[in-house]
Ligand binder design. Sequence first.
Ligand code: AHM
Ligand code: MG
Length: 321
Amino acid sequence: MITFEEHVVRQHPELGAEFGWVLSGLTLASKKIEAQIRSAGLSGVYGAQGSENVQGEAQQKLDVVANDAMMESLGSRAGVAALVSEEDEAPVAFDADGGKYIVIFDPLDGSSNIDVNVNVGTIFSVHRRLADGSLDASILQEGTKQVMGGYVVYGPSTVLVYTAGDGVYGFTLDAASGAFVLTNEAMVMPEQGPYYSVNEANAVTWPEGFQAYVEMLRTGGLGIAYSSRYIGSLVADFHRTLLKGGVFLYPPTKKQPGGKLRLLYEANPLAFIAEQAGGMATTGTDRILEIQPGKIHQRTPFCVGSKREMEALQAAVGGKA
Ligand code: AHM
Ligand code: MG
């Protein structure tokens, strides 16, 4: 039985003892979040909080609970220089002089689904604090510089998936021991998959290349008959794409011309995992991991999936192959 913490420490001794504290903070927070989600209907934490986050989105009670769990569990840890959350306008700095790591996260992704008991998740990205830069420069690093990208999906099982640049590994929360136990060794995304995943209600407002691409998938242009799957919960849609293959798209739309999903704590960690599993992640034209972020809540179009579908997408929307 190999736990998440043990796996990372064994594979990446170069990250140092302090990183162990970051890992235990992450698992502690996700176990707290998991427990709250499991009993949400009983404890009355379903529904809207009655406030908006920095993005102007209605916060759910569980968004606030999940954010507090991340802040409490990671904030007091040695090694953490700053925490950056989807729910907070500005980074929160801790131990800013000594901490080596910055944890950037979406505490509860897909929370609009929570009231109907659909899978949700926590997404996280870890960067090293730059020795010679400001805290802002350390936070606004390209995705290629990530030390770790990962997520937890709260589904029928609670599963944690991570990469630290040396393959992708999956762990399942074992209720008996309270540990995330290795269950998916060296995960590889199939080269082509049976599903495409996109909010088709927006189709008429996508750029033409995206419309033509989805039409091509629908009409057998890549040689297989696709099924569509869209949960509307990024972690769950991504997890399926990782395991089964295919493609997930959130293209530019009329309402969100720069894309809806956030670069630092949604696209980057999932792009890191996708590439490490043999897949690809782009805006349609450019590699996600090479985007230089300008601000912490920056949005991006996000397309991720199997090599075959992603190469065809590049061709359809005129991107670099
Ligand atoms: P959230 O971080 O506020 O939950 O928003 C992100 C979610 C993703 O989980 C999902 O992929 C997307 O929004 C769905 O958006 P839409 O409802 O526009 O299809
Ligand atoms: Mg989100």
